[in-house]
Design a protein around this ligand. Structure first.
Ligand code: NAD
Ligand code: ZN
Length: 249
């Protein structure tokens, strides 16, 4: 089957679906200029990540963390949503999908207009205090760290301030994960967009959707470990493929 035929089929499944869900990963944001996890040169490929327990225990690790995060921030501070994010937002607006479950921390779905977004790994556009749970816009803290090279404290309580993202070794927000599992089990169509599906529990969601009867479509340049379960796989550029599916509907 050609890609064009596959896209027509996917468009047909979409038209019949009542509870479609999109699951997105770093690949949907590469066309906005944000490198994905495995891209050479991206900040993710350069550093050893700071684990959550190191962050809690060591001032040195907290400094290293803020160095890495301030550099990573430059990669997406100026990024804007691309065609793929806009198609996903339009699908929600027109009632074609229930919402987006994302592993991304860049808030580009929300910037494109998506409203029902489950952020499995949090957001790097906010800071959160680990001691009192207060949340803040990240920008002033990054600017201050770059100016004085001092790890910022929580302005409310003086506690430990971290990006509102999930670090390695940190547990995912249970309420968000449970909602994502519920959407997946209730879905009749799941569209995976731009994820290598190597990281659990996100990678389990398509398996759960499929086990509960959903059709599964995977749009990703590289093969994933879940491809053999998929009803369709498309390997083209995400912006193009989503645009063509939208046009075929
Ligand atoms: P990943 O980097 O493991 O996989 C991305 C996949 O997208 C790759 O398999 C690649 O083939 C595909 N891809 C990239 N650009 C594409 C394009 N233009 N068209 C088609 N396919 C394309 O991403 P993941 O599965 O989301 O896991 C990465 C982890 O790192 C996540 O936990 C995420 O939180 C984090 N991360 C987030 C961002 C972000 O917020 N934008 C960026 C990098 C990493
Ligand atoms: Zn605090």
């Amino acid at each position: 089957m050609t890609d064009a035929e596959t896209m027509t089929r996917v468009a047909r499944w979409f038209s019949a679906a009542r509870s479609a869900v999109a699951l997105t990963g770093a690949g949907i944001s590469t066309e906005s200029g944000i490198p994905d996890f495995r891209s050479p040169g991206g900040v993710w490929s350069k550093y050893r990540p700071v684990y959550f327990d190191e962050f809690l225990q060591s001032a040195e690790a907290r400094h290293e963390y803020w160095c890495q995060k301030s550099e990573a921030h430059r990669e997406f501070a100026a990024a804007r949503p691309n065609a793929g994010h806009h198609v996903v937002a339009e699908w929600e607006e027109s009632g074609r999908i229930r919402g987006v479950v994302t592993q991304n921390i860049d808030e580009l779905h929300q910037q494109a207009g998506s409203r029902r977004v489950l952020e499995l790994h949090g957001t790097a556009r906010r800071a959160a205090c680990l001691d009192c749970s207060a949340r803040f816009d990240i920008e002033p803290f990054i600017a201050k760290f770059l100016a004085d090279n001092l790890v910022p404290d929580c302005p409310e309580c003086g506690g430990r301030l971290k990006h509102a993202t999930i670090s390695f070794g940190q547990t995912l927000p249970m309420n968000v994960l449970m909602e994502a599992v519920r959407w997946s089990c209730e879905a009749d169509l799941m569209l995976v967009v731009g994820s290598s599906l190597m990281v659990t529990p996100a990678a389990d969601l398509p398996r759960e959707a499929k086990a509960y009867g959903a059709r599964l479509v995977i749009i990703n340049r590289d093969a994933t470990p879940v491809d053999s379960l998929a009803d369709a796989t498309l390997r083209g550029s995400i912006g193009d493929v989503l645009g063509q599916i939208a046009a075929a509907m």
